[in-house]
Design a protein around this ligand. Structure first.
Ligand SMILES: [Zn+2]
Length: 201
């Protein structure tokens, strides 16, 4: 049985070389919605405090003087949270994710460094900086559009810009890449996709 003192001490006692590159754990709500990425140490502590159950783990075992355990990859809260964060922050990265890294004018997917964002109704004509008036655009289309309106250059948006209900934070993607490196991405990706699917429904 571990007492609270042990809980504080144990995670810090793992040898650093054993956990290099393995800092990340996906935290799920009680209803299996992905909430955020936390450090593996925090996940271990939450697990000892019986706040979470470990749903998936890495193959690798880490050792402290008192315990050995597989590093948690996905943990799930026991308690239901009433106030999950619902609003998606308006940011360049989130905008790119909403638009699937696809230029909304020429409808071509692009790597992030080729993308910009553009006001559909230009600011000079009173267009707002908001989810419904800003879209992802490639550099080429952005230059071409300039201060014009869509119909003036025969552009049609790939989809109507809306405020997203939910988007995976950018670090979900990094986490999934990380899981790919450790050969557990197939087991992990359903947990990341769950909330997306709910949103599409
Ligand atoms: Zn384009």
């Amino acid at each position: 049985m571990l007492n609270h003192e042990a809980i504080r001490v144990v995670p810090g006692n793992f040898r650093r070389d054993e956990v290099k590159g393995m800092e990340s754990t996906l935290l799920l709500s009680a209803s299996y919605e992905p909430i955020k990425i936390i450090s593996w140490k925090k996940a271990v502590v939450l697990s000892y405090l019986e706040k979470v159950e470990v749903v998936e783990h890495y193959e690798r075992i880490v050792h402290s003087p008192s315990v050995s355990l597989p590093l948690p990859a996905v943990v799930r809260l026991h308690r239901y949270l009433k106030n999950l964060p619902r609003k998606v922050k308006f940011s360049r990265q989130n905008l790119y994710h909403r638009d699937n890294f696809t230029c909304q004018y020429c409808h071509q997917p692009q790597p992030a460094h080729q993308l910009t964002y553009d006001h559909v109704i230009p600011r000079s004509r009173g267009g707002e900086t908001s989810w419904t008036n800003v879209v992802t655009a490639c550099v080429h289309c952005n230059l071409k559009k300039g201060n014009k309106l869509l119909h003036q250059i025969n552009y049609r948006l790939a989809k109507e810009p809306k405020e997203p209900k939910w988007l995976p934070p950018a670090d979900f993607h990094a986490f999934l890449n990380h899981c790919t490196e450790y050969g557990i991405a197939e087991r992990i990706s359903p947990y990341l996709g769950h909330r997306l699917k709910l949103n599409l429904a």
